[in-house]
Design a protein around this ligand. Sequence first.
Ligand SMILES: NC(=O)c1ccc[n+]([C@@H]2O[C@H](COP(=O)([O-])OP(=O)(O)OC[C@H]3O[C@@H](n4cnc5c(N)ncnc54)[C@H](O)[C@@H]3O)[C@@H](O)[C@H]2O)c1
Length: 267
Amino acid sequence: MRLEGKIAIITGGGSGIGHEACKLFAREGATVIVADRDLAAAERVVAEITGQGGKAVAHQVDVSKDAEVAAMIAKTVADHGRLDILVNNAGYGIAGTVVSTSEADWNALMAVNVNGVFLGCKHAIPVMEKQGGGAIVNTASAVANVGIFDRAAYVASKGAVAALTRAMAVDHVGAGIRINAVAPGTIATPYFKKILSGPDGAELRAGLEGRQAMERLGQPVEIAQAMLWLASGDASFCTGSVMVVDGGWTARGDRKPMNPRASENKA
Ligand SMILES: NC(=O)c1ccc[n+]([C@@H]2O[C@H](COP(=O)([O-])OP(=O)(O)OC[C@H]3O[C@@H](n4cnc5c(N)ncnc54)[C@H](O)[C@@H]3O)[C@@H](O)[C@H]2O)c1
């Protein structure tokens, strides 16, 4: 029970990595605020947790909206007296190069993936500071470290999350707040499971698995475990770290590029 008595907010808790993190944190003794734009999804996760004897409540939030994030933090403190852990995990990806991505799509993605982390931290840090400490875990991505084909906005957003994590860790270390990130590789979340069951699924799966040194997709719980470690006292000397959990994807120098036009780029 590494999180006994802790109060934890996990955004994007209704699906995928966030869902597994909510279940794991609750099993470790935390009271989990399952925060998601999709209230029904958050409520399903809460039912799962409470059905297994854990403590959780659902909260509807759009992490890109300042007033909604402020209200979520204020309600957590009003209802539970404190906030020990914030996992800024809500996020999404879109396809596109900088040329094909519209400004509206770029801004919408940045509002969730980057501003969502900024706003969560902006409102949680003063609370944690007042109570003498806390732990924040942000979800970056392995693509913060490598360029991938046709995902310009997403890659830029995750690079910003990694950089912001380091900047905030330095700013708030004196307040006893540890701020880290996880950088997952490609994980078998509902989104990937859906596209891999489509018509080009087999080819896509081979490409996605082949670029990770372990030649398989990660499981959401394998990312949740890293989040748990970073959020718990076990990581007491860890701040400003962007922990890569990617099956060796970014360590691998000989990965096959998933870029249909790469062969045209001859010297
Ligand atoms: N799946 C992967 O392979 C992978 C790899 C690296 C990083 N990530 C990152 O992990 C995080 C979780 O991804 P996932 O694959 O579990 O996704 P997912 O789509 O399964 O879950 C994301 C959840 O976030 C919620 N959400 C989306 N926008 C929101 C908003 N504005 N406010 C509140 N909630 C919102 C969704 O409703 C959903 O429940 C994301 O930040 C994603 O970029 C995923």
